[in-house]
Design a binder for this molecule. Structure first.
Ligand code: NZQ
Ligand code: ZN
Length: 351
């Protein structure tokens, strides 16, 4: 089964190249996988796999196509409803093998065991993880990312930076992992303006693509155990408003940082400000706040909308979103525990 999204691979020639290389294969297609992939598309794909006796899935695209393909791979080997597996990934006993050709640097989905699926009927966007979903092969050629539009490129960089910061800010100490996190963040900071200026700069695209992978393949998080903080909040926003995931994260992250800055966390924020943003100073809180501001200014310099109101989001559903984020997002075990009211306050700060 060849899976892809809305057609970018047809425009940039990858589609023809795949058919050329796979002349001898019997290929069935599932196209039109949407950003924030829908449960219905997973069900459609699983049905095709069962009917056509599909043996392998070739996912060509960004995180949405790859995530959807992983969910299809599991649902194709399961007799019940696909949503059961999204909600309870420990029920996954078997999955078709998935090969990924990544066309966008953002999620690291080409080399991780996760997929994120949206159920529009229940306004839920849930991540599922199982070692059985890990792609068997990931093909990563930076030239395939040359055609990613500027706004998606930048949103992708914000997403991978968030993946790194989600594991950088933990209670565990893992010296080497933290230094790798800092190097990966600095790589994003160094190369984001370059790809923005010149989307066909091979070296810049390659550095960003590699940072996207190591952000999620376990290298940055080795030795650390913690639930993430910003992603559960963002998933509520994209479930309700179908916004671009990386944009939501760019808005939430600096406000979350300000909200949790305290006597317990300030030293970690000083480490971050000094090692990632080269900020110096004696006053701990000043250094910490300058580090947070540097991140915010960086996103602004890349033209990311930095307020939820810029995306026409109001506080209408914040209370219910906050409750749900805590229920399903593991925020109890985050770097700093977040209760529904904390999430509500952070979302308000993002308006
Ligand atoms: O659909 P096509 O036509 O391919 O266009 C896509 C889409 O419109 C376009 N695009 C991708 N590669 C392109 C390109 N356009 C031109 N040239 C190319 N080479 O970009 C748009 C966005 O694609 P999408 O796959 O939605 O982006 P992304 O990679 O950011 O994936 C986002 C999804 O991944 C989830 C997000 O929540 C969201 O649903 N996540 C997955 C994770 C994982 N698997 O581990 C972790 C993340 O935290 C995230 O939650
Ligand atoms: Zn993400």
């Amino acid at each position: 089964l060849l899976t892809y999204g809305g057609g970018s691979i047809k425009k940039n020639g990858l589609y023809d190249k795949i058919y050329d290389l796979l002349k001898d294969f019997d290929i069935t297609e599932l196209s039109g996988i949407e950003p924030n992939p829908r449960l219905q598309t997973v069900e459609k794909g699983a049905k095709i796999c069962k009917e056509k006796d599909i043996e392998i899935i070739l996912a060509v695209g960004g995180g949405s196509t790859m995530d959807c393909s992983k969910a299809i791979a599991a649902a194709a080997c399961y007799d019940g409803k696909a949503w059961d597996l999204v909600q309870n990934p420990e029920m996954i006993q078997k999955a078709l093998p998935v090969i990924t050709i990544t066309t966008m640097a953002a999620t690291g989905s080409e080399a991780d065991m996760f997929g994120v699926i949206t159920n529009l009927e229940t306004n839920e966007k849930l991540g599922m993880g199982s070692p059985l979903l890990m792609p068997k092969v990931a093909i990563m050629d930076p030239t395939y990312t040359f055609t990613v539009p500027e706004n998606q490129t930048i949103a992708g960089i914000a997403d991978m930076m968030s993946h790194i910061m989600e594991v950088y800010f933990t209670k565990d100490n893992a010296y080497l992992s933290d230094r790798i996190c800092e190097a990966a963040l600095k790589t994003c900071i160094q190369y984001a303006p370059i790809v923005k200026e010149n989307p066909e700069d091979y070296d810049a695209r390659a550095e960003i693509l590699w940072a996207n992978t190591i952000a999620m393949n376990g290298v940055c998080s080795a030795g650390k155990v913690a639930s993430w903080s910003c992603h559960p909040m963002e998933h509520e926003l994209s479930a309700y408003y179908d916004i671009t995931h990386g944009v939501g994260l760019a808005i939430i992250t600096p406000q979350w940082m300000r909200y949790i800055l305290s006597e317990e966390t300030v030293d970690k924020f000083v480490e971050y400000a000094k090692n990632v943003w080269n900020i110096e100073g004696e006053d701990k809180y000043q250094v910490a706040n300058e580090g947070i501001k540097a991140l915010e200014d960086f996103f602004v310099s890349l033209n990311i909308p930095m307020h939820l109101s810029d995306l026409n989001i109001t506080d209408e559903y914040f209370k219910v979103m906050a409750k749900h984020a805590v229920e399903v997002g593991g925020l109890k075990d985050a770097y700093v525990e977040l209760k529904p009211d904390d999430v509500y306050q952070i979302l308000k700060m993002c308006l």
